[in-house]
Structure formats: structure tokens, C-alpha cells
Design a binder for this molecule. Structure first.
Ligand code: ADP
Ligand code: MG
Length: 343
């Protein structure tokens, strides 16, 4: 007797959603990226119990038309691509149409949005991918407010596995700060309940933002930050900021954006640890912010639904180039220091 059967669509959607939204900060990353895709210049985030009880994001972007509400939280429904070929010239973060759908599988989602040029905003409530009531008029300025409530209350195993609100809050703040550093022309605010915990105005330079994030004890931070000047070759371009050899903070901080996407890259991180261990014998802690740009046709962002992982061609050549540049900067910094001391 046959034992294999097809899972029903509700089960498929729930399983898939668990992968996209592993924890509140994964949902937050998707929501920030949606706000950036909507050309927002101000993004406000409100968290209660690390985003588990409430994760809310408000932006001043282009908004969502009322007519789009029925499909808004449907899986694989997107305004950003039309066919697979569009991936090679992608300019937006989103393309899979999975984020809002996944968030609505693991929490109750409320969307209030007013499309640019429309006289009214609308509010819709979503559960399990579906709009559960007809959208109602709602007063708000141009932009979008998205609220996710009681995350994982319908997924008890996940709720038990997470559980620590402090860790979840830290992880959400970390995501918001990294985006605020890379997108320093966008203002970010993070509220924990009603208290403002972190904010940028969209007018600070990146060095000022690093100072806000790392909160060093002394005010000499700017002197300890070195620039990786814009560097370009046929395959890639990169620039960034790194800590100098005399970095003495307690923690390391590594931020990598590839084609404006916040990504994880173990190989690059261990290469950087290697450099700092050999150049900074007193302390191997470091700060590295790197923005790497690769031709969209040379990079595959469709490796995993969370898009935290990317694959690209010529990885070794690119990494070696970055390594040489960082070594050169650290070397010349230590040379100029010893020169200064002697004089
Ligand atoms: P994707 O970003 O891959 O398209 P999402 O599920 O994240 O999928 O979003 C679905 C659609 O909802 C987007 O394609 C976009 O049209 C719309 N959308 C989501 N968030 C916003 C926002 N903050 N402002 C404007 N439109 C949004
Ligand atoms: Mg998206």
C-alpha cells in the first residue's frame, strides 16, 4: 500500500514560513528591506518583548494600493519581478514574495498603508496568508505600517526554542543598526516598548553611526577608524571602514553588505580574523564594515529563502584583493604611528 501523499497547501506554507522567519529579527530584516524597496527615508521600529509580542515597522515609502491587499500576504506574490530572467538584473531586495506570507503564517499581521497620491489609507488584517476582513479606510500619512503580533503563538516548539526576549531584542537591534550604517542616508529609530533606544537621522556620516553603535568609552574613536577607499577592478568594487591596529574595544564587529544586501560570509570573516590576529598582537578584536559590489549577473542571491547567503564567481580573487587592501592599510597605519612617536 502506498505511504507517500502530498502535503496540503496550509502545511506546506507553514513549513516554508518557519524557514524564512526563524526568529523575530529575520522578520525584521525582511520588513526593513521592504521599506527600503519602497524608497523610504525614515523607518521606525517598535519592539515589545524582543518582537515576539509586537514587531512593528512604520515607513514613509511609496505605500501599498488597496487593490493589492488580497494578494499582499499570498506566497510567491510580488510586485518586484515577473519572470526568473529578471533575477539577473534585480535592483530590489525582494523578489520571492515570501516574507509577508511567512510572517502571516507565524503571527497576526496588520497592514496600514497609504499609497502615494491616494486620498486615504487602508487597514487590513491577515492570518495564514489571507486577508481576513475587507480593508477599511484608515487615517495615516503616506507610507506603510506593518504590525506582527504574538509571533509563533501557533508554533509551540518554536516558541519554546526561542523564549529569551533579551536575546531576540538584541538581535533585532543589531539588524536595524547594521542597516542604519549601510543606509546612512535613511533615518532609523528603534523603540523598545515606548522608549527610544537607538536613532539615526539620515544625515550622519558612517563614522558617526559606528560611534553610536559601538559606544566606545573614550571619544577617540574616529581616530581609530580607517577608511578602505573605493577600490575597483573588472569584477568588483568595494569600500568600507575598519578599526586600526590599536583598537581596544571589548567586542568584534563584522558587517558585510554585498550589492547592498546584508549577508553572512564565514570565509571572509575568518580571513579578517586572521589579518587582525597577525597585525594586532595585543588584541585581536576588530571592527570591519565592508560594502562589496559585484555585477548582478555574477552573483546568485537565490541560494536560500532568507537571502543571508549568496554565491558569486571569482570569490577567491575578490577575497585576496580585499585581504591585500586591508593589510596594506593596517601596515601603513602602523608605520605612520611609529613615525609620529619618534617625532
Ligand atoms: P517581496 O519583497 O519578495 O516582493 P514580500 O512578501 O516581502 O515579497 O512583499 C510583498 C509585496 O508587498 C511587495 O512586492 C510589495 O509590493 C509590497 N510591500 C511590502 N512591504 C511594503 C512596504 N513597506 N511598502 C510598500 N510596499 C510593500
Ligand atoms: Mg520583501
Amino acid at each position: 500500500m502506498a505511504v507517500i501523499r502530498e502535503l496540503d497547501i496550509e502545511t506546506v506554507n507553514k513549513i516554508a514560513a518557519g524557514e524564512v522567519v526563524k526568529r523575530p529579527s529575520c522578520a525584521l530584516k525582511e520588513l526593513i528591506e521592504n521599506s527600503l524597496d519602497a524608497q523610504s527615508t525614515l523607518i521606525q521600529i517598535k519592539l515589545i518583548e524582543g518582537g515576539m509580542t509586537l514587531l512593528q515597522i512604520t515607513d514613509n515609502g511609496i505605500g501599498i494600493h488597496q487593490a493589492d491587499y488580497p494578494l499582499l500576504c499570498k506566497r510567491f506574490a510580488t510586485s518586484k519581478i515577473q519572470s526568473y530572467d529578471d533575477l539577473s538584473s534585480l535592483t530590489t531586495f525582494g523578489f520571492r514574495g515570501e516574507a509577508l506570507s511567512s510572517i502571516s503564517q507565524v503571527s497576526k499581521v496588520t497592514v496600514c498603508s497609504r499609497k502615494q497620491g491616494e486620498p486615504l489609507g487602508y487597514k487590513g488584517i491577515f492570518l495564514n496568508g489571507n486577508l481576513i476582513e475587507a480593508p477599511e479606510p484608515f487615517a495615516l500619512d503616506k507610507g506603510t505600517l506593518i504590525k506582527s503580533e504574538n509571533m509563533f503563538s501557533n508554533m509551540h516548539e518554536r516558541l519554546r526554542a526561542l523564549g529569551n526576549h533579551v536575546e531576540e531584542y538584541k538581535s533585532c537591534l543589531d539588524i536595524a543598526q547594521k542597516y542604519s550604517l549601510h543606509y546612512n542616508n535613511v533615518g532609523f529609530k528603534v523603540l523598545k516598548l515606548d522608549s527610544l533606544e537607538y536613532s539615526t537621522s539620515g544625515r550622519e556620516d558612517k563614522t558617526e553611526i559606528i560611534t553610536k553603535i559601538l559606544k566606545p568609552d573614550e571619544n577617540s574613536l574616529a581616530a581609530q577608524i580607517l577608511e578602505i577607499p573605493p577600490t575597483q577592478n573588472e569584477i568588483c568594487s568595494f569600500q568600507g571602514l575598519i578599526s586600526s591596529n590599536d583598537y581596544s574595544w571589548k567586542q568584534s564587529y563584522f558587517v558585510l553588505f554585498i550589492n547592498n544586501r546584508l549577508v553572512d560570509c564565514k570565509e571572509l570573516k575568518s580571513m579578517i580574523i586572521g589579518i587582525y590576529t597577525s597585525y594586532c598582537p595585543r588584541s585581536s578584536n576588530y571592527f570591519v564594515y565592508l560594502s562589496l559590489k559585484i555585477l548582478p549577473s555574477e552573483i546568485d542571491v537565490n541560494v536560500h529563502p532568507t537571502k543571508r547567503e549568496v554565491r558569486f564567481s571569482h570569490q577567491n580573487i575578490i577575497f585576496t584583493e580585499i585581504q591585500n587592501k586591508i593589510q596594506e592599510i593596517l601596515k601603513s597605519n602602523s608605520t605612520s604611528k611609529s613615525f609620529n612617536i619618534r617625532n
